[in-house]
Design a protein around this ligand. Structure first.
Ligand code: NAD
Length: 282
């Protein structure tokens, strides 16, 4: 073990006032700090300009005690449609904890990953720890975002799965999904993946985190007498994944929401922070 006289440092940039983002950031920073790293929050006001957000990133790039930078999405709409990409482009690739910089994306494409997006990395960790076979298996990823769907597909491909990426324009999605041995849902639509999307025995990874606030949505997703309906009656809101709970009756394995991919994502924030720190001092 080598000593460097300081803990790994993570700088988290939180722009605007999104309640879900507040929770995610609190959980990520809490875990990183509990492991002995330094975790610092940098707030950017909801009405701030893109230039102000970029200035925060530039200061973190220059800060020697910061090894990793995480910009929580989404950014306020007022910053413009391409704000997230502009901000990710500005992060020093060596400090890019969510692997969003084009340089890190390129390394991933070429199977030389350095820093990879935390959520897909967490999904892979989950599959590998559960010893789910990937080589030669058909993996279907629903969702093609830069932060989840695309890196997920590449990580599966690099583990010798045959990968199909589906999206909002895919024809006969249930039929394609039903051919999957491993099905990853990263859509952002509550309980969208129903049992007719799932081959019996398939492994299903539910990445979605959706907050339900209407009775109609809750009734569509959860049966009478369920714990979720009781939770909704008490709190007027409840979390649901992209996968309908009935899928548990068909799937070989299904990740829960909450408590599945979310905690693994947070663990990967910690891992990437330590990796970035090690890379910077070596
Ligand atoms: P996104 O909105 O950027 O992408 C959603 C994708 O779903 C798009 O590629 C789109 O083509 C696809 N899609 C939308 N409607 C569809 C339809 N009807 N049929 C097929 N495909 C459709 O979202 P994202 O950032 O990739 O996140 C996806 C979900 O994962 C969200 O619920 C988000 O909250 C959740 N998420 C969870 C974690 C975690 O830590 N668990 C991390 C990131 C995102």
């Amino acid at each position: 073990m080598r000593r460097h006289g300081r803990p790994p440092g993570l700088g988290v940039v939180l722009a605007g006032e999104n309640p879900a983002s507040e929770v995610y950031v609190r959980n990520k920073m809490g875990t990183v700090a509990a492991a002995g790293c330094r975790a610092e929050l940098f707030r950017v006001a909801a009405g701030a300009t893109l230039a102000e957000a970029l200035a925060v990133v530039a200061a973190l790039n220059a800060d020697e005690a910061i090894d990793g930078i995480l910009v929580q999405s989404p950014l306020p709409e007022g910053m413009g449609a391409d704000a997230a990409q502009r901000v990710f482009d500005a992060i020093d690739p060596a400090k890019d904890i969510d692997g969003c910089h084009p340089y890190n994306v390129g390394l991933l494409v070429q199977k030389r990953p350095r820093l990879v997006a935390c959520t897909p990395l967490g999904c892979i960790e989950l599959l590998e720890r559960e010893r789910i076979p990937l080589r030669g298996k058909h993996a279907v990823v629903i969702g093609r975002s830069d932060i989840v769907g695309k890196p997920m597909a590449l990580l599966l491909l690099h583990r010798d799965a045959t990968v199909t990426v589906c999206h909002s324009r895919t024809a006969d999605l249930p039929m394609v999904a039903r051919s999957a041995d491993v099905l990853v849902a990263a859509i952002g639509r509550a309980c969208f993946v129903t049992r007719d999307f799932v081959k019996p025995g398939a492994t299903v990874i539910d990445v979605g985190i959706n907050t339900l606030v209407t009775e109609a949505e809750v009734f569509r997703c959860f049966p009478p007498g369920s714990r979720k309906r009781a939770q909704f009656a008490e709190k007027c809101r409840v979390l649901a994944g992209d996968v309908h709970p009935d899928v548990a009756e068909v799937a070989g394995a299904l990740t829960p929401v909450p408590g599945g991919v979310g905690p693994l994502t947070i663990a990967m924030v910690l891992r990437n922070t330590v990796t970035a720190a090690e890379n910077r001092v070596s």
